[in-house]
Design a protein. Structure first.
Length: 198
């Protein structure tokens, strides 16, 4: 799938109607976004309990919170690319607080072209996060396989009197003979042991 064909889910947290309208127009200008709006931090937090978003835009100030903790929390969770828009006079202080967590920050007012470019950065960041998520899942799968194989080896060592090398070769042979993964072979050995037929 080409990047231009990908759709991004966006949550905007903003209580300023003029900004919301301008941002909505920008997102509908040839881009592919599924956008939702919340006007308070508390409402956004409730929504985020049920759904994750590719991109989160937080326009401060908000009526119930400064939005900075929400931005840090969502960015540190590594599931969303986050953009925080703050008044120009607070930009430097807010940037210093949120930059270490990977939160993008723009001063307000910002030209339309700059906000449009920020969306490009957010998409790029979301794609990088997507790759990291895939690597993380792959690493978790590998760790799970190692745990299963080690458990099966331990069962073969304790119940069949094999050495570790023999147990390892037995698992590999079962996997090759049955045309299954080592993880599936280890699971078979564990299941047989649990059923008392090993």
């Amino acid at each position: 799938m080409q990047l231009k064909e990908r759709r991004y889910s966006v949550l905007t947290v903003s209580s300023q109607p003029k900004f919301n309208q301008a941002l909505n127009e920008l997102m509908n200008d040839g881009r592919k976004y599924d956008s939702e709006l919340e006007t308070t931090v508390n409402a956004a937090k409730r929504r985020l309990l049920d759904k994750s978003y590719d991109i989160i835009i937080i326009n401060v100030p908000l009526p119930d919170d400064d939005g900075i903790s929400l931005a840090i929390d969502r960015s540190a969770g590594m599931a969303s690319a986050v953009l925080l828009l703050v008044k120009g006079e607070y930009y430097s202080d807010v940037f210093d607080r949120v930059c270490p967590y990977g939160v993008f920050t723009l001063p307000k007012p910002s030209p339309r072209q700059m906000v449009s470019q920020a969306f490009d950065w957010l998409e790029s960041t979301r794609e990088r996060l997507r790759k990291l998520e895939k690597r993380s899942v792959s690493l978790e799968d590998k760790m799970q396989e190692i745990r299963l194989v080690n458990r099966a080896k331990w069962l073969l060592i304790t119940q069949k009197g094999m050495t570790e090398e023999q147990a390892h070769k037995a698992i590999e042979k079962l996997a090759m003979d049955s045309c299954i993964t080592k993880s599936a072979a280890a699971t078979q050995i564990i299941d047989l042991s649990d059923n008392g037929t090993a």
